[in-house]
Every structure is written in C-alpha cells, then in structure tokens.
Design a protein around this ligand. Structure first.
Ligand code: GLA
Length: 661
C-alpha cells in the first residue's frame, strides 16, 4: 500500500534538511548524529548530488557508503528523503556523452563544471537517469528509514540542441497534427515563414530579430511536457520497487520553465524550495506567496517545504542574514499555510565547493553559534506541532495563475516590455496579504465557485475555456477583478479580434477595449478619483459597465479607466492601467469589502500575520506571526502549542499557534 502522507512515518511534522555526509568524515558524522538529536531533526534529504559516488563509472554502482549513512540515520531516529542524483551528472557521463550537454539559444554548448549540465531530451541522459533511479529504488525501496523519494532537484533546465529540436518536432506533430495546422497556429503567413517540411521546424534559437511568438510559446510548452515526462520515467522506475511517496522539489518564484500545475498533479506530495529575495516584511510576504502557491498547486493538499535557508535572503547579488527570530517566523509562515514541516538547504555548511557561503543549520562556526541555537529552538517548536499534521487552509480569495499567460508575456514584439507577469502576480498577493486575506492561486480554467473574490492580475493570454469559465463564475455570483491587457491573445498567441478581452469575458465585464496605449517610461497619469497609474492605459468603452474612475489625460480624457459591471448575480471589475501601490491596495481593500471577505483573525494590527489550519474533524489552529518589534495583545487568548500555556499576547517578533476552541 502506498503511504501517501509522509507525516505518518515521522510521527509529526517534518524537520531537517539536505544532508551531504560525503563532504565530511567519521568524527563529523558522529557529531551530526548528536546535533540532529539536539535539533529534533526527523527527516534528512540524502543523495541529491551524489551521482559521482553512487555510479563511479557507467553502469557500476557503489551503494556501500550510502547504506552506512542511511542505517546510521535510521538508528538515530532520522527518516530519509532519498534523492535521485540526476540534477548533476558526473564528469564521466559528459565525457562519454558530449551530445547530452545543454546548448543555449545562441548555439553555445555548455561544458561540465557546474550542475544541471544535461539536456533532458538527450536519449543518453534519460537512459542514465532511469538506470540510477531504478537502481536506488531496488536497493532502498523498502528500507525502514525511507519516508519519501525526491526525484532530481528543481527541474527546469532548458536546451536548444538538436536532440531538443527532434523532440520538439515530435511534440509539435502530436499537438498540431499536420504541418498545415502548425503553419496556421504559428501565423507563418507573415514574414515568409511557411514550413514545407518538418525538418525546417526549429526551436526558437538566436535569430536576426523577433522570434515567432507561436513558436516561442510552443517551445515553452514542449519543454514543460518533456520535463514532466522525464520526471514520470524516474517516478515510475521507483514505483516498480517502492511504495513510498514520490516528489520532486519545485522551484517557484520567477522561474517558470514548467507548468507547475501539471507537474504537481504527478506528485504524491507537493514540495518546494523558498529563498526570499528581500529582507524584513518583504521576506515574510515572500514566504506567504510561496506557501500559498505551493499549497494551491497541490489542490490544497498538505505539502512540504523542502528547502529554505537559515540565513539566506538573496538581494541584488549579496546574501543578507536573517534577523534573530526570523527563522522561526519563516518556518511557521510555511506551516501556517499548509506545509507539513520545514526542511533546509543544508544541514551542515560546506567547507568547500560552489556553495561554501550558502547558509546551513550548522554553520561554519559550528554548533556554538546563534544560528544553531535558533535552529534548535525552531526544531523544538516544530516538534510541538504534530497535531497539525494533515490539516489544511481554506481561502476565499483566488489569484489566477496560468503558465501560458506567463510565457505569452515573454515573447518578442509585445506592445510593452513592462508587462511583468510575475511582478503582477506577487503584487496582487501582497495587497491581499497586507489586508490579511487568505489566498489561493487558481488556474483560469479551474472550478472557482468556492471563492468570493477572484483576481486576474496578468492574463494577457486567455484560452476560450478560461474566458467562458470566468464569465460563468461572475454569472453565478462571483466577484471578478481583471487587470489591464487581459485576454489580448488566445492560446495560439493569435490576437483577439473585434475588441479585447476575449469575447465571453467581455460579457462579464461589460466593456470593450478598443486600443492599447502603453505609457512612456516616466509617465504617471491621474485618474478622476485621484488615483495614479503608470505603464499602461487603454481606450475602452463600456457596454453595460459603470465607470468608477475615468482618464483625465490626452485623448483618453473622460474615458473609463476603472469599471464595474453587474452580470448575473456577480460583478466584474476591470482596471485598464497599473495603479500605484497605495491606490492598488485601496482598490483591493474595497473589493474585499464588496465581496464580504473577512480576515482569519480580525482586529490584529498591521505586521501581524494570522492563518488558520483546519482539520477534517473540525479542529483548527491559528498560527500567529508578529513581524513587528512590539508586543501585541491577542484579541482572543487561547492555548499556545509553542509554550503549552495560555497566550495573552504575542511577544515582539514572536509567534503563537493557538488551538481553536
Ligand atoms: C536550490 C537548490 C539547492 C541549493 C539552493 C541554494 O534550492 O536545490 O541545491 O543550491 O538552491 O539556495
């Protein structure tokens, strides 16, 4: 029987990290055992980058060293998340199979020397990856220490080589059926691009000027499917020998090389890695957006934070430290939003190699350090939260997220290069987070009726099905907020004719966009309600909608900028420019009010985050995080699992996990 929940095996939430004992020797391993007990580590990710040791030459495996480490961890009460090492092929592999090295769009073939130096479409790579995955599964598939399989690491490496070209053609034939259909889809009637044989069809490699948008979008989709196929091969090779759950750690932020909705559907448990890219409250908001996205990718199922840093905030080329207390707040930020624990990269900070300066649970300074003391306290806190296992989070607001729309905004020749998909997504989430709303992400084609408010921040591409779904959502009582440049193209990158956005969505919004008018770099316009816009404007007319704010500049003067339309039992809002942050926050606040969305815990001051986890049997827990430097009295004191006592207030920078009553 497949054990789908990893927490069953751990007896509580997971705590631990990537463990790379091959970088160390016996005395350090002994100390690791002791320190892991002290830090309450119960799960270690092993073998992520161990290919060169596990298979020192093609087809010859050496498992003895790994046997010893897994047995040692097991004896020490630490379960194992066993990785397949395929994210870093050893030097012998690239020497034997130079055709499997990745090629950039400009034709440069990369060489060995870093990691991820493979083309996933290269047959030799796929054979080698399946072989090592199967060998590991055969050996460790029912090891009592094994809690989880970790296939690969952060899939997402793309390649433009001839293997990729061949696989792309196979994929295109399956998608389009015929060369005529491909020509039609890619609009090759323009610029004399008509293909008359399949060999003429190429990946979007470096060329003279704009690449074909249909080709660019299809190449993204092709790679996503290729990545998922590569994952499935390893997963299935593992499942032939093992009943333990299988995952791969997703890398979310601005790194969209795979359709994460589709990949997540293949996983027994969704896991992901998170490293904030700004300090302070921005880091906390980064934790929240990451956690909400990961949970949503799994359809709300419990998920697991596979990697975070003890002291790592990437910011503009440097590593910033986390402040005292932040490791716990970030950890609980993930757990609050459905993670079944928290793991780190990595257990012990490397003394050599490419990531020597990346933070760890045991820093270079050793256990006599602030970081290890904090890690120990965080481990104790997580150990107290076992009863949360299996519970999840209920959101009444959704932000729409579609990889096709993301990729569509990455093609050449758009009316503005300042339409940034990821920034728009994060901004919408941030405004909701600041307003204490609990948020899911959803695909535009998903069932949306459980949400009171749905925000579409950047749906430049919208499929017919998505447009119909959004129309129906509004007709059935939902509040939909659509932001500028929405529904401009269909899923082939063909412009919508007769006015934007896509036809059935226009019904829900009661508007018709006739002309896009991007604003100049430094242009900031004022709307009739006093709010300000940048980046973009549109000439639109209402077709039933009410104008809430109008343009006051140039030829758009008097024309609608922000509209609301009542359609069926719901309402569709449309904003045709990019509002300044404060105005945008006000508008989101107004929408939350209109839609009747309340914070999980009303009455908390700004900078205090609260999310509720619900169990199926009705139990619930409020996770409260105080990101401010002052103590905050709790509106509703309750039993705090972290202190095992009644909590009346949150200490400065402190946290509580209150058992519902
Ligand atoms: C990723 C990887 C790790 C490590 C960290 C560094 O998440 O999975 O191997 O490189 O980044 O932040």
């Amino acid at each position: 029987m497949t054990t789908r929940s990893i927490t069953d095996r751990l007896g509580g939430l997971a705590f631990g990290g990537d463990y790379n004992p091959e970088q160390w020797d016996e005395p350090v391993w002994k100390e690791d055992d002791d320190l892991m007990r002290r830090a309450r580590v119960n799960l270690a990710t092993v073998g992520v980058f161990s290919w060169a040791l596990l298979e020192p030459e093609e087809g010859r495996h050496d498992f003895a060293w790994l046997d010893a480490h897994i047995d040692r961890l097991h004896a020490n009460g630490v379960a194992v998340d066993l990785a397949t090492p395929t994210a870093s092929p050893p030097p012998w592999f690239t020497l034997a199979h130079p055709d499997a090295l990745p090629v950039r769009p400009d034709g440069t073939r990369l060489v060995h020397g870093s990691r991820d130096t493979y083309c996933l479409a290269a047959p030799a790579y796929r054979i080698a990856a399946r072989r090592i995955a199967a060998a590991l599964a055969e050996r460790y598939g029912d090891h009592p220490a094994l809690a989880l399989w970790h296939v690969h690491n952060e899939y997402g490496t793309l390649c433009w080589c001839d293997h990729a070209a061949a696989a792309f053609r196979v994929w295109l034939r399956a998608r389009h059926g015929s060369l005529d259909a491909l020509n039609e889809a890619w609009g090759t009637a323009f610029w004399s691009q008509r293909h008359t044989s399949w060999e003429q069809v190429l990946p979007p490699r470096e060329t003279q000027w704009h690449k074909n948008p249909g080709q660019a979008l299809d190449f993204r989709r092709f790679w996503s499917d290729e990545i998922i196929a590569a994952f499935r091969e390893q997963r299935d090779a593992i499942r032939a020998h093992s009943d333990r759950p299988v995952t791969t750690n997703l890398m979310l932020p601005a790194y969209q090389n795979v359709d994460l909705w589709a990949l997540a559907r293949e996983l027994d448990v969704v896991t992901s890695d998170q490293y904030p890219n700004a300090p302070g409250l921005d880091a906390a908001a980064g934790v929240a957006v990451h956690a909400d996205r990961t949970r949503s990718l799994g359809g709300g199922r419990p998920w697991l934070l596979m990697e975070q840093g003890t002291n790592t905030v990437y910011d503009d080329g440097q590593i910033l430290g986390k402040e005292p207390g932040e490791i716990l707040r970030h950890t609980l930020g993930h757990i609050a939003r459905g993670s079944e624990g928290a793991l780190f990269f990595q257990w012990r900070q490397s003394r050599a190699g490419a990531e020597t300066w990346h933070s760890a649970m045991v820093p270079h300074a050793g256990p006599d350090s602030r970081i290890f003391r904090e890690v120990t306290r965080v481990g104790e806190a997580v150990a107290r939260l076992g009863e949360l296992a299996g519970s999840t989070v209920a959101a009444s607001v959704a932000v729409l997220d579609d990889p096709d729309a993301w990729w569509a905004l990455g093609v050449d020749g758009l009316p503005s290069s300042r339409l940034d998909y990821h920034a728009a997504l994060v901004r919408a989430h941030r405004a909701l987070w600041d307003a204490d709303a609990t948020v899911d992400f959803a695909h535009p084609e998903h069932e949306l009726s459980r949400y009171r408010l749905v925000i579409a921040p950047a749906l430049f591409l919208l499929s017919d099905k998505g447009a119909e779904n959004l129309r129906d959502y509004v007709a059935d009582g939902g509040t939909l907020f659509v932001q500028h440049a929405a529904g401009f193209v269909d899923d082939r990158m063909h412009a919508r004719l007769g006015g934007y956005p896509a036809e059935p969505l226009r019904e829900a919004l009661g508007i018709r966009v006739e002309e896009y008018r991007p604003l100049r770099q430094d242009e900031r316009i004022t709307l009739s309600d006093g709010s300000h816009g940048t980046v973009w404007s549109e000439s639109l007319r209402t077709e039933g909608a009410q104008t809430l704010a109008a343009y006051t500049h140039g030829m758009l003067t008097g024309g609608p900028a922000l509209t609301r339309h009542r359609s069926g039992t719901g309402q569709g809002w449309y904003l045709s420019t990019r509002l300044d942050d404060a105005d945008y926050a006000d508008l989101v606040g107004r929408l939350l009010k209109e839609a009747g969305v309340e914070p999980d815990v009303p009455g908390l001051p700004a900078g205090v985050e609260a999310v509720t986890r619900h169990a199926l049997d009705g139990r619930h827990w409020q996770v409260l995080l105080n990101h401010t430097p002052v103590a905050v009295p709790l509106p509703d004191p309750a039993h705090d699992l972290l202190t095992d006592a009644l909590a009346q207030e949150l200490p400065p920078g402190g946290c509580a996990v209150l058992r519902g009553h």
